[in-house]
Design a protein around this ligand. Structure first.
Ligand code: KG4
Ligand code: ZN
Length: 335
């Protein structure tokens, strides 16, 4: 059987990335340019700056991906691209590049939902078995996604306000940490203790939804009040307390979903899936579900990258998803 070679583009936020993925589970090449340094002094992503970097990088990375793979455009099966969600100006660069290349080389164009990309990165570890459940935790999303079969995505739980990663970044900013602060808070959390009492929003609600904005505000208020009273807050212990609250909510909702839906695979994906505390908590939790294949997306593929878009693009391609030359970026695209 001829192998499928999909070139994929990702430009939804602050990483420009191009990959070539074979048969949906093998990374032939992956070229990523991160812009984090340009955004750090602003404490978050500046959309206009992001778009400019994407424009500068996208064709350079496409050439580099072909060179790394020792391939030419004529070897490719299809072009896949993140259509959304994300920053519209940033998405547009990837979509325009993908459309142009697909048109010029007469290749099918496959639209991909960014979140399906994060989840599909599990296929680089082992084939996802269906039905499957995924905990999707990133800077923009916190969702529990049920997949009864391949290419069937049902969101059973969602955040009502901030995403988990967003709350890490906002808490980090108040603590004076560099953006994005998830990894640093994670490291600090391991050195401290859960001594500050913080809320666990929606923990006991009878659903799989999340809310992190109240928790974030509780941390910010605690810091502001302490400052006014000249009290010293131990930031290491605060990081521990904050992380303990986030993890308790994520792990409890995940346990309930695993109890309600007998799945064959469980995936944790997205930038926050790199969290050491979350990974340790899930290791322990999944030990109670021995029939479930636990697939944590590898840390180097947990954040945004085009390989995951290639993996999701392969699934979409096999299921017949095709876009026309009128494909547009969709900043609010959902499953
Ligand atoms: O998936 P991603 O790279 O981009 C989005 O699609 O949002 O996720 C980025 C998010 C940021 O909020 C970052 O702070 C968070 O992932 N993050 C972490 C860790 N590493 C990255 N959050 C908690 N613990 C970590 N170790
Ligand atoms: Zn992402």
């Amino acid at each position: 059987m001829a192998k499928r070679l999909i070139m994929a583009f990702e430009s939804s936020a602050d990483e420009t990335s191009v990959a070539i993925v074979q048969d949906g589970h093998e990374i032939v090449s992956l070229q990523t340019a991160t812009q984090i340094k340009s955004h750090q002094r602003f404490g978050g992503i500046v959309p206009e700056v992001a778009s400019r970097h994407h424009i500068e990088q996208v064709t350079i990375l496409a050439d580099a991906a072909l060179e790394e793979a020792h391939l030419t455009y004529t070897d490719l099966t299809a072009i896949a691209v993140t259509q959304g969600p994300g920053l519209v100006g940033a998405l547009l660069i990837g979509v325009t590049a993908a459309k142009t290349i697909a048109w010029a080389h007469n290749l099918p164009l496959v639209p991909v939902i960014h979140l399906a990309g994060h989840i599909s990165a599990a296929n680089f570890v082992e084939p996802i078995q269906y039905p499957a459940l995924a905990l999707m935790v990133s800077g923009g999303h916190t969702e529990l996604v049920l997949m009864k079969a391949e290419y069937e995505y049902l969101v059973i739980g969602d955040t009502q306000d901030d995403a988990a990663g967003e709350s890490y970044d906002k808490v980090g900013r108040t603590m004076g940490l560099q953006y994005p602060s998830g990894r640093l808070i994670d490291e600090m959390a391991h050195q401290g203790q859960d001594v500050y009492q913080l809320p666990r929003p929606m923990l006991t609600d009878d659903n799989y939804d999340f809310s992190f904005s109240g928790l974030k505000s509780a941390v910010i208020n605690l810091l502001h009040n302490a400052e006014q009273r000249d009290e010293v807050i131990d930031h290491i212990n605060l990081a521990s307390s904050f992380q303990a609250a986030v993890l308790e909510v994520l792990l409890t909702k995940t346990r309930h979903a695993l109890q309600a839906y007998p799945v064959k695979s469980f995936i944790v994906a997205g930038g926050v899936a790199a969290n050491q505390g979350l990974r340790a908590g899930l290791d322990e939790l999944l030990a109670d579900f021995p029939a479930v294949h636990y697939i944590p997306v590898p840390i180097k593929l947990a954040g945004d990258n085009a390989a995951m878009i290639g993996a999701a693009g392969d699934i979409a391609y096999r299921h017949g998803a095709r876009a026309g030359w009128d494909l547009n970026a969709n900043p609010a695209l959902e499953f």
